[in-house]
Ligand binder design. Structure first.
Ligand code: TEU
Ligand code: CA
Length: 594
């Protein structure tokens, strides 16, 4: 007995000491939960590492009042649907007051709900409904920029000596022209001349999205205050929009020629980024048990641990864009290969040690539909490939993020005309490329059918009624995909073999073992162009995932020493195959316990 107590004491001391040794000098602001000593496969267990996140784009989710625009009451009415999917965190795209130049990513008032989406009472009701179901809600924090209609900017542009002038980034003309050669992600220069004072303001996105000046401590404190406003209501964290862009390079130097194609790597990771994130953590986040995920556009894998290593008190995890943008060369579509995708997952795993955490996602409101971009959206393979992708997303290492509609296998939209688009990115690009005769309209539209953000933004397809049951209005804000008669939630729910139900089963598989969360990841066959086979191992718990990323039937010989054991789940059913040779149909996915 005494020996046992001594042993336990030693263990306790050892873990405390070794943990303290690993920590960087503390400024005393760490959340108490971060000193929890026990680990799983080397990782500190956290609820957000074990979570499955579902992204809701409010404008397109469910319209409750027949004005053609999704709203908060609509989301509240569908919480059982979301919970039934087996997810437990909802990421809500911006719901704040906004003139909608960029669908809410241009915020006019951070403490007000967008009138089209409802009221603060509707928000409180949504949050209560989420909590009642033991789920969590994270908000979109868009603080690299505001709307030009935000009160701060309305003041800022009035005069050079306005108290809010330094809330934004103003520069005089340089040789009668823009202050530097920075470009906006929505085409053209990132500078806009404001006639009132004759100076330019910086906007990395739309003209109506002026960049905040984070070097001004007043701006930073405003942001921490608004974060606390929502955290005090009980929200469970934030997805942080283009957060690596908040600190701008000293002197705002020109983009060098080699940075022009992908300027995000030049804009991101400015000199004070870490300092500001630590300050944000100290002033706001550390006071709550919440999760943060940074949209890390322009961050390299090598830089990632500097943002997410838990000993640095910055972010919990980031969205790395390597996988989701594998199908892009700059902004243009490129055909990707499976070995490339596998290499990215392996590199991500190698770049992050037990102190860092990752996300897994292949879609969101800025990218085409996952089944169209990474699966096969033909009638023959749509269901199988959507299920295969769900199998992958829920068994890779990192917190999975699923975008609304992907659980139904919703597809890209068959755009045929520029009038069918809403997205400012598309409209500006049309003006810059087609109207100027640089790109023929047909070629532009063909490209947009593959890459446009509006592919993901068409309304949720709930049932077979007009406009897919999304709205009772004659016209929704963006047209419903004409395939809604075949692809809709009602049908998915009533069919046990649907993507929705498979997703739910996969979520249960993921939850059945911590090996899927914290277990080691190993790609068994990196060069195979059709098969993605990997293991997840936590001590004695071992799982094998085999995915056929092709339409071909493949006889797959497992590498030496590996034998498929007990089948846990498969997307096509009807197999009890075990052993070292597997006969996989096109887009077949299987998970085995080894
Ligand atoms: O997106 C950041 C971003 O830089 C890209 O994903 C961008 O949408 C794309 O390159 C444009 O073609 C975030 C939001 O997710 C996006 O919806 C916003 O438009 C953008 O920031 C500005 O807030
Ligand atoms: Ca509405």
């Amino acid at each position: 007995m005494i020996r046992l107590i001594l042993f336990l004491l030693t263990l306790l001391c050892f873990s405390t000491v070794s943990f303290a040794e690993l920590r960087p000098p503390s400024d005393g602001t760490n959340a108490p939960s971060s000193s929890f000593p026990s680990t799983v496969n080397g990782y500190q267990p956290k609820w957000w590492k074990e979570a499955i996140v579902y992204q809701v784009y409010p404008r397109s989710f469910k319209d409750s009042n027949g004005d053609g625009i999704g709203d908060l009451k609509g989301i509240t009415s569908k919480l059982d649907y979301i919970q039934g999917l087996g997810v437990n965190v909802i990421w809500l795209s911006p719901h704040y007051d906004s003139p909608n130049a960029d669908n809410g990513y241009d915020i006019r008032n951070y403490r007000k709900v967008m009138a089209e989406f409802g009221t603060m009472a509707d928000f409180d009701e949504l949050l209560a409904g989420v909590k009642q179901r033991h789920m969590k809600l994270i908000l979109d924090l868009v603080v690299n920029h505001t709307s030009d209609e935000h009160a701060w900017f309305v003041e800022s542009r009035k005069s050079k000596d306005n108290p809010y002038r330094d809330y934004y980034i103003w520069r005089p003309a340089k040789d009668g022209n823009v202050p530097n050669n920075w470009t906006s992600f929505f085409s053209g220069s990132a500078w806009k001349l404001d006639p009132t004072t004759g100076e330019y303001y910086l906007h990395l996105f739309a003209e109506k999205q002026p960049d905040l000046n984070w070097d001004n401590p007043k701006v930073r404190n405003e942001v921490y205050d608004l974060m606390k406003f929502w955290l005090d209501k009980g929200v469970d964290g934030f997805r942080m929009d283009v957060i690596p862009f908040i600190s701008k390079r000293e002197g705002l130097p020109d983009l060098p020629p080699e940075a022009m194609a992908k300027p995000q790597y030049f804009y991101a990771m400015g000199p004070h980024l870490h300092e500001y994130l630590r300050e944000m953590n100290k002033e706001a986040l550390s006071k709550y048990d919440v999760m943060t995920v940074g949209e890390a556009f322009g961050v390299t894998l090598e830089q990632t641990p500097t943002l997410v290593d838990e000993r640095r008190d910055q972010l919990n995890m980031i969205f790395n864009f390597d996988a989701v943008r594998l199908n892009r060369d700059g902004d243009r579509w490129r055909d990707w290969t499976l070995p490339e995708l596998k290499a990215i997952y392996t590199q991500e795993n190698q770049a992050l040690d037990v102190h860092s955490w990752n996300t897994v996602f292949l879609s969101n409101h800025d990218n085409p539909r996952v089944v169209s971009a990474f699966g096969n959206d033909s009638p023959q393979y749509r269901v199988a490939s959507a299920k295969a992708l769900a199998t992958m997303l829920l068994t890779l290492k990192g917190t999975p993020f699923i975008y609304q509609g992907d659980e139904l296998g919703m597809t890209n939209y068959p755009f045929t005309s520029i009038d069918q688009f809403d997205d400012i990115a598309v409209k500006n690009a049309w003006k810059a490329m087609v109207v100027t005769n640089q790109v023929p309209a047909d070629a532009f539209l063909a490209e947009m059918r593959k890459t446009s953000r509006d592919n993901a933004r068409t309304p949720m397809q709930w049932d077979k009624s007009p406009n897919a049951g999304f709205t009772t209005a004659a016209r929704p804000w963006l047209a419903v995909n004409p395939n809604y008669l075949a692809i809709n939630a009602k049908q998915e729910l009533s069919n046990k073999g649907s993507i929705y139900h498979y997703f739910r089963d996969m979520a249960d598989v993921r939850r059945s073992s911590l090996a899927f969360v914290y277990g080691d990841y190993q790609d068994l066959d990196p060069a195979n162009p059709k098969i993605f086979a990997y293991t997840r191992v936590n001590g004695a718990e071992k799982y094998l995932v085999v995915l056929n990323f092709s339409t071909d039937a493949v006889t797959y010989q497992l590498p030496d020493g590996i034998k498929a054991g007990q089948l846990v789940i498969s997307n096509l059913g009807g197999t009890n195959e075990t052993g070292d040779t597997l006969h996989l149909k096109g887009w077949e996915a299987r998970v085995y316990k080894l």
